[in-house]
Design a protein around this ligand. Structure first.
Ligand code: ADP
Length: 498
């Protein structure tokens, strides 16, 4: 167990009403380092009581109005300060993330780590959006003027996963808080440490106490009471479809609004006219980055038959550079999976792959690593599109590779999925790129690229990959109460109401 973590006043504690506190029950759970299987520390294990305190703190902060009715310029100032602090403490945050969930530190960067720069951007983007966004005024004729109002709505529940803890948390916090709401955040039990730095940052940046609260713990013990709490008016959730269904059912009983960003089985579609070197590198990055634990991972690779053999040869060579190893080392690109449960799950799929298809490379535990939840980068070939390994989200560094003959067959295979999150198209033909973009049943499409973002665009998925979109004005719609006010321009009585 790490002494410095245990002695920290903030790490592994809830953050409620501006204070770092243990669980009311005194209960804890273990945070485990997935690279070493060692226990990092005991973490506050939240339940219904902790959620009740946090929601009460959030509600009283909302009602006080120091944030919810503050000038947009004040909220902007605080969120910009928080963004600066995220960048300043980037190395510290990334280190805690690596300890808790195994994502590699990556090389030394001259400035903040790119994932922290993106987290800071989330805050700055919505801090500006809320200041600039306006409503509509309609002057129907000379008798009536109406205008829309988008005000802070109340207390939101934010429930986030472990695969990019701070980036995905700030993606929800930023609009929630920027538009003046209060939040109770339930980070994943698998990444309960790094969030404490964000809590410190919000306090230092001058956010009024109680506006943002974090309750650590399990979904069943802390997540469910948050969803069910009567003062919580909406839930923004990123995680698995099964959990989303549970949240949707509970939220329905009190008619809460929900927004769901879920899993995927996204296809990288590589046409014969693509820049093959770039496509191979990007396809590998798309499935091996973060050990494949990314919702938009390109876990199915579809390759036009005339370049199929060439692709396999090059893909195997590129994959060799994704060697599993110590995520604390600056040269490691592939860390462990997040947990024993996730490791066992992925190993189960690798066993299945041997009966459903053929393992081209990888397919097991790296022989040089005795401890930790490591899995080799793996490619599965000679597999039918309806095989479970082609249909189910594995959430590991495992790609299935399937050949196709023409553009319509590529679209048919890509769309043959219960998921619809992302699609990657590799072709030099603009006509092919746009034809495929319009026909792919996914919320997001990247052409000859991957992961580029403009935060004004809708992020989210179709089918089992999500319900609702977040980004730009769509986040504003979700996180505000949109209403109208109407007033007559001539004395009432002379005008007729319609
Ligand atoms: P993953 O499989 O990616 O971990 P989950 O959907 O299990 O995704 O978890 C994502 C987040 O949802 C975590 O913070 C988890 O604690 C929380 N969670 C899990 N089950 C529930 C539930 N029934 N209600 C509310 N939150 C939950």
């Amino acid at each position: 167990m790490s002494d410095s973590l245990e002695q920290s006043r903030s790490v592994g504690k809830h953050f409620i009403g501006g204070e770092f506190v243990a669980a009311e029950s005194g209960a804890t759970f273990e945070a485990v380092n997935p690279a070493t299987e060692e226990i990092l520390m005991q973490v506050a294990r939240g339940d219904e009581k902790d959620i009740a305190y946090a929601v009460a703190a959030a509600k009283s902060a909302f009602d006080a109005g120091d944030w919810s009715r503050a000038a947009p310029s004040f909220r902007r100032k605080v969120l910009f300060k928080a963004a600066d602090l995220i960048e300043a403490r980037s190395a510290e945050i990334i280190r805690l993330q690596t300890l808790e969930m195994g994502g590699p530190l990556g090389p030394e960067f001259p400035g903040p780590h790119p994932v922290m720069a993106r987290s800071a951007w989330n805050l700055r983007f919505f801090a500006e959006e809320q200041e600039q966004a306006g409503g509509h005024a309609f002057n129907r004729d000379d008798t009536l003027l109406t205008y829309t109002m988008s005000d802070a709505a109340g207390v939101f529940g934010l429930i986030t996963p472990w695969n990019a803890p701070i980036m995905l948390s700030t993606w929800k916090m930023a609009p929630c808080l920027a538009y003046g709401n209060s939040a109770v955040h339930k980070p994943s039990e698998m990444s309960p440490l790094s969030i404490s730095i964000l809590c410190e940052i919000f306090a230092e940046a001058g956010m009024p106490q109680g506006v943002y609260n974090a309750v650590l713990g399990y979904g069943k013990e802390a997540g469910i009471p948050l969803v069910e709490h009567k003062e919580v008016i909406g839930v923004s959730f990123t995680g698995s479809p099964g959990t989303a269904k549970d949240i949707a059912g509970r939220a329905a009983t009190s008619l809460k609004r929900t927004s769901f960003e879920l899993g995927g089985k996204s296809a990288s579609i590589i046409f014969a006219d693509a820049d093959l070197k770039k496509a191979v590198g990007a396809a590998a990055m798309s499935i091996f980055m973060n050990s494949g634990q990314i919702c938009v991972a390109g876990s199915r690779i579809l390759v036009q038959r005339s370049i199929y053999d060439d692709f396999l040869e090059q893909f195997e060579k590129v994959a060799a550079a994704w060697k599993p190893g110590d995520p604390m080392s600056r040269t490691t690109r592939l860390g462990p999976l997040v947990s024993k449960a996730q490791y066992d799950r992925v190993m189960g799929y690798l066993d299945l792959a041997r009966t459903e298809g053929r393992v081209l490379f990888g397919g097991g535990r790296p022989s040089n690593l005795e401890k930790g939840y490591f899995v080799e980068p793996t490619a599965i070939v000679d597999v039918a599109q309806d095989a479970r390994v082609c249909q189910e989200e594995i959430f590991g560094p495992v790609a299935t590779i399937i050949p196709f003959d023409d553009v319509d067959q590529a679209i048919e295979i890509a769309n043959d999925s219960t998921y619809g999150l992302a699609g990657y198209i590799w072709t030099e033909s603009q006509t092919t790129a746009h034809y495929v973009s319009h026909r792919l049943q996914t919320g997001m499409i990247w052409i000859n690229s991957g992961f580029d973002r403009d935060l004004r665009q809708p992020f989210g998925g179709m089918k089992m990959s999500g319900l609702g979109r977040e980004g730009g004005g769509l986040s504003r719609e979700f996180f505000t109460e949109t209403r109208f006010a109407s007033f007559p321009l001539v004395p009432r009585g002379a005008a007729t109401a319609h």
